[in-house]
Design a protein around this ligand. Structure first.
Ligand code: SAM
Length: 209
């Protein structure tokens, strides 16, 4: 961690103890722990949720449950966060992480492909966090937009994709191609207002008009 990041973290709320445990367990047990939102982005998600005060939240891409727990922390007791994860090998670990948290009861886990699970949900959402397969971002966006209330928000993670959005793209790099397409499409989409934040790997905040 460089000095700049250290300075930011030392002037941001500490990572709650329970999330520290989930973070550590993820690093011990997972091959790709960097996928987890982590201390800084986690606190941003909690703060944004406190600002928006959503009742119904949808997350695409649970991984080990860290970001879901950060958003659930900001929900009232009658709020609900649906989170969708396609990797069924993560299910037991995710459930264990939710069960151990005082906010876990506000979260409903769906194991399956985001695009097929979204259509099964009846709620109209106040907030959607898109953080699953980068190759499907545009498809997720079109699938969730009708299920988002007017004035509701979408957060799309990794929209700077490690700076690759600015470099020449390899023909076979579908993730970068699709993230760039998503960014281009959202920027021109008149149905929404949007701002791309240079936060961690890029977080685009989108508001449905
Ligand atoms: C970047 S990680 C999510 C990190 C998590 N939101 C956090 O911040 O802690 C992306 C997750 O999306 C899942 N995923 C990928 N494609 C998916 C799909 N089509 N449907 C549901 N989940 C998917 C992956 O298995 C992975 O666990």
């Amino acid at each position: 961690m460089d000095n700049f990041e250290q300075y930011i973290l030392s002037h941001t709320d500490a990572e709650p103890d329970y999330l520290k445990k989930v973070n550590r367990a993820t690093h011990l047990r997972m091959m790709n722990p960097r996928m987890l939102s982590g201390h800084f982005q986690g606190r941003v998600l909690t703060m944004f949720c406190k600002m928006i005060q959503p009742k119904f939240v949808l997350e695409l891409g649970t991984f080990t449950g860290y970001s879901a727990l950060c958003m659930a922390e900001a929900l009232d007791d009658d709020g609900i966060l649906h989170t969708i994860e396609c990797d069924d090998e993560l299910e037991d670990f995710i459930i264990q992480n939710f069960k151990g948290s005082e906010h876990g009861h506000k979260i409903k886990l769906h194991i399956g492909n985001a695009l097929t699970e979204i259509v099964k949900l009846d709620e109209i959402f106040d907030l959607v966090f898109i953080d699953a397969d980068k190759r499907e971002y545009l498809a997720y966006y079109e699938a969730v937009l009708p299920k988002l209330r007017s004035g509701g928000f979408i957060f799309a993670d990794n929209t700077l994709w490690d700076g690759k959005v600015l470099k020449p793209v390899e023909q076979n790099d579908r993730q970068t191609i699709e993230i760039k397409l998503f960014n281009y499409f959202v920027a021109a989409d008149m149905r929404v207002e949007k701002v791309m934040l240079p936060l961690r790997d890029g977080l685009t905040v989108i508001r449905k008009k």
